[in-house]
Structures are given as C-alpha cells and as structure tokens.
Design a protein around this ligand. Structure first.
Ligand code: F6P
Length: 364
C-alpha cells in the first residue's frame, strides 16, 4: 500500500475541502493508494500521539460543498519554527523538520500534498530541499500569486464582498450616508477591485494605488453636490495613503502598512472628518465572513481540478512543484518560482481602466 499525506495550512479558504475530496476520489481510482490527512497542517504529524486521519471516499463524501477544512489548519509555527515556551515564560521556536521527515518515513508516507498559501509553500520548498516528496497546491482568497491565473476561494470572497456592497447600498441611500466597506486581500487589492466594480462603488482604495484623502473627499463631495447624497467606498485592508501616514492625530494607532491590526476603514473615516468632510460616515469590516460558508461553483471546480492534478503529479513524481491554473490548462510550476512571484494589481491594467471608466475613483 502506498500512502499520500494531505495537509492544509494557513488561513482557511472556501474550496479546501473540494481539493481534499478530489485527491481522495482520484487516488481511489489507482490500486494500492491510501490518503492520510494530517490534522492542523503538519502539527498532527509532530504531536504526540500523532494526529492523522485516513481519508477514504466515505470520509470525503459531499464535503466539496462545505467551507473550512475537515482536517483543520493553523497559521502558527510549522516544522521549521515549532513554538516552545522558554524557561522565563517567553515563547521561542525550534526546528523539528528532521524529526517530522523521520516520522513521515515511519508512517510509510510516500508523498505529501501541501495545500496552503505562500507561507505554507515556503515550508513545502524547504521540505523538498531536505528530500521530502512534496507537491504544493496554492490556496488564498487574496489571489496574490502570479504563478496561477486564479486561486480557489477568491471568487467566493469576491461574491461575499459584492453581496455586502449590495446590502450596504440600500442603507447608504436611505440614510444619505457614506458607507465604507473594508475587505481582505493582505497586500493585494484584487477582492476590493472586483467587489467595487461588481457592486457599483464610488470609491475603491487598494494598496497598489496609494490614495490622497483629499481626492477621496472630493469624489464623495461631488456625489453630494449632484444630489445623490450617498456613496459606497470599498477599501482593501492593505490600502495606504500617498504620504504613508495619516492625517488624523491618532494615526500611529493603526500605522502604515500594519494591516494585521486592521482598521483602515476607521482611519479613513477619521481622516475624512479631520479634513472637514461632513456627511454621515459608517464603517463595516467584513473580516472572516469573506472566508466562511460554502464555496461558489467556480471555486469548487477549480479546487477539484487542483486536487486531481496534485494526485496525478504524485503518480508522475513531479515533486518540488506546485499546481497552477493557466487558462485553459491546469499545469505544474516549480515551487521555488511560485513563492517568489506575488501578484499585485497593476495600476495600468484593464480592470483598473474599467473601474475608472465607470467613474470609480481610486483617490489618486
Ligand atoms: O491570506 C488570507 C487572509 O484572509 C488575508 O486576506 C488576511 O489578511 C489574513 O488572511 C487574515 O488572517 P487571520 O485569519 O490569521 O486573521
């Protein structure tokens, strides 16, 4: 019996379960292959007792419809930086990668499929360099990897963000308010840009096009001057002002590029008020709602394609490579190339031109 281990790492993402199911269903067509899931990324391998789960067709029946991941995930630590408590109570990290590889051998694992974002794929590359037979499957709602045209989870996040805009429009119009919607995306503006176009926002602020708060205020004011006393602003969590710091006195609280703390929508509200923009402004931070619930059909299909391809790459021995989508094909690319090539919105791209063409301001 040959064994392939599947692990899901990093933040959860709609479509993870569809990948797992596809790996299992494809593997079941081959004689002598068993799929094992490691619980909470590679942590399950390193824990004592080991936390793994046999994934047969029964275990994955119908899971392509479910969000999250049935084998759990984590975005803390990993085999190269396993968290340990120091004697003084502080936290440190130790490298347990050799131990993990030995344990995988002991468990009779012939190959590993690591489904995760750029952090997880960096770990995959390091493990590959140590001799592990590993294949990567890219995962992120942010769509910020250029090795693949799209990542699964992105279309679901865009759909959820767009539905949020649709809902906010009615309140904005009824109350003559400016409603600011903060969406995810890390350092990329893809979710914000798509949701702003699909939802018909007036302003879209993304990290790739630094904004000037005065220009944002001018665009909003022009809406009010035209008698349309309401507006929607979609802001990506990583958006940055042109001068790199805030107008308001409390600016340091949030901080330039410190998106982990969140609060860009709040910062924009404060800054608009501080320069005298008088309309009623409210903020909504969509947060993890964008990663929750059932994946849209597109993400289920892409995730299924990735899962089938990943197992076929195991059969072909294409280790050290990652599954990718290049329309219309599902291909494999070296992990090392994939992890070093982020995908950001080109300010001159057609999508930005389209947005400008329908009057969306980027505040630049
Ligand atoms: O990378 C996916 C993502 O959802 C980003 O859009 C966001 O910045 C981040 O993860 C949030 O991570 P966490 O779930 O750890 O707060």
């Amino acid at each position: 019996m040959k064994r392939v281990l599947v692990a899901t790492g990093g933040g959860d993402c709609p479509g993870l379960n569809a990948v797992i199911r596809a790996v299992v269903k494809r593997a079941s067509q081959e004689p002598d292959w068993e799929v094992i899931g490691s619980i909470q990324s590679f942590d399950g391998i390193l824990r004592e007792p080991t936390e793994i789960k046999v994934l047969d067709e029964k275990a994955v029946a119908g899971i392509h419809v479910q969000g999250g991941t049935i084998i759990g995930t984590t975005n803390k630590g990993g085999p190269f930086a396993w968290p340990v408590k120091n004697k003084d109570g502080s936290w440190g990290a130790v490298d347990r990668s050799d131990e993990m590889i030995r344990k995988l051998q002991y468990l009779g694992i012939d190959a590993v499929i690591s489904i995760g974002g750029d952090g997880s794929q960096r770990i995959s590359q390091q493990l590959y360099e140590k001799g592990l037979n590993i294949i990567g499957v890219p995962k992120t709602i942010d769509n910020d990897l250029s090795a693949t045209d799209f990542t699964f989870g992105f279309q679901t996040a865009v759909q959820i963000a767009t539905e949020a805009v649709d809902k906010l429009v009615t309140t904005a119009a009824s109350h003559n308010r400016v409603l600011i919607l903060e969406v995810m995306g890390r350092y990329a503006g893809w979710i914000a840009l798509h949701a702003a176009i699909a939802g018909g926002a007036e302003v879209c602020l993304i990290p790739e096009i630094p904004y000037d708060i005065h220009k944002v205020a001018d665009r909003l004011q022009s809406r009010y001057n035209k008698g349309k006393g309401h507006a929607i602003v979609v802001v990506a969590e990583g958006a940055v002002p042109k001068d790199g710091h805030l107008v308001s006195a409390e600016s340091d609280e949030v901080g330039y590029h410190n998106l982990r703390l969140g609060g860009i929508a709040h910062k924009i509200t404060r800054d608009l008020k501080s320069i005298g923009f008088e309309a009623d402004i409210r903020e909504t931070v969509l947060g993890h709602l964008q990663r929750g619930g059932i994946p849209v059909a597109y993400d289920r299909v892409l995730a299924t394609q990735f899962g089938v391809k990943a197992f076929e790459m195991v059969l072909e021995g294409k280790f050290g490579e990652m599954v990718a989508y290049r329309h219309p094909d599902i291909i494999s690319v070296p992990l090392i190339d994939a992890i070093n090539r982020p995908n950001f919105v080109d300010p001159e791209c057609d999508l930005v031109r389209t947005a400008r063409g329908v009057g969306i301001s980027f505040g630049d």
